[in-house]
Design a protein around this ligand. Structure first.
Ligand code: GTP
Ligand code: MG
Length: 198
């Protein structure tokens, strides 16, 4: 997809703030620091539209970005990361409620990108998230990030561990991605265009 225009729309804490345009939505889930915001920036070829930082647990709302591309319009919805140790139990519960309400009730949601770090086996939280999305039959793609940090000869091995740990059936796509090199960007756009019927 050729990007014509992008804009940050809103940091939403609940349904009252979700946009009403009905445009398709693609949400990004994954643990804190896995590279969700970086992936958005790379997909849009914008250096710093989605805020990234070294400091985990930064994004605490559902952040909507509106994308106008040559084949159609959609939103990316950046989730707060999970699995950050310094978050209190009540914050974790609030996070869970917000995400669950969005994922189960959001009609324009077309696809969830679940991000996992290619370098490491999926965490317990990754596995829970994957199982939860599968259980509710939410369309999803798993994206293995930071591919530039793993040598090419190790990619297949790491991908296999991810597939096995998550229990991914063959039809669920697993994509390699790097926000550093742009690897996987074209493939991911094709998948998003298909899922969002752009
Ligand atoms: P939260 O908002 O805290 O949930 O984190 P996030 O998932 O949005 O992660 P973010 O995009 O902020 O990236 C975290 C750190 O990882 C930053 O220092 C990024 O520069 C780095 N990073 C993200 N993606 C990649 C990648 O593909 N390759 C490399 N080498 N570094 C990456
Ligand atoms: Mg982020």
């Amino acid at each position: 997809m050729k990007i014509k225009q992008t804009e940050f729309v809103i940091s939403a804490v609940g349904p009252a703030q979700y946009p009403e345009s009905g445009l398709p939505e693609v949400a990004l889930a994954g643990r804190s620091n896995v590279g969700k915001s970086s992936l958005i920036n790379k997909m849009l070829l914008r250096r710093n539209l989605a805020r990234t930082s070294q400091q985990p647990g930064k994004t605490q709302t559902l952040n909507y970005y509106r994308i106008n591309g040559d084949v159609g319009e959609l939103y990316f919805v950046d989730f707060p990361g999970y699995g950050y140790a310094k978050v209190s139990k009540s914050e974790r519960e609030a996070w869970g409620k917000m995400i669950e309400r969005y994922l189960r009730g959001r009609e324009p949601l077309k696809l969830v990108l679940q991000l996992v770090d290619l370098r490491h086996p999926p965490s317990a939280d990754d596995i829970r998230m994957y199982e939860w999305l599968s259980h509710y039959e939410i369309p999803m793609t798993v994206v293995a990030t930071k591919a530039d940090k793993v040598s090419r000869s190790q990619w297949q091995k790491h991908m296999k561990i991810i597939r096995q740990s998550l229990g991914m059936p063959g039809h669920v796509p697993l994509l390699l991605f790097s926000s550093e090199t742009g690897q996987g960007r074209e493939e991911l756009w094709s998948l998003i265009e298909q899922s969002a019927a752009l």
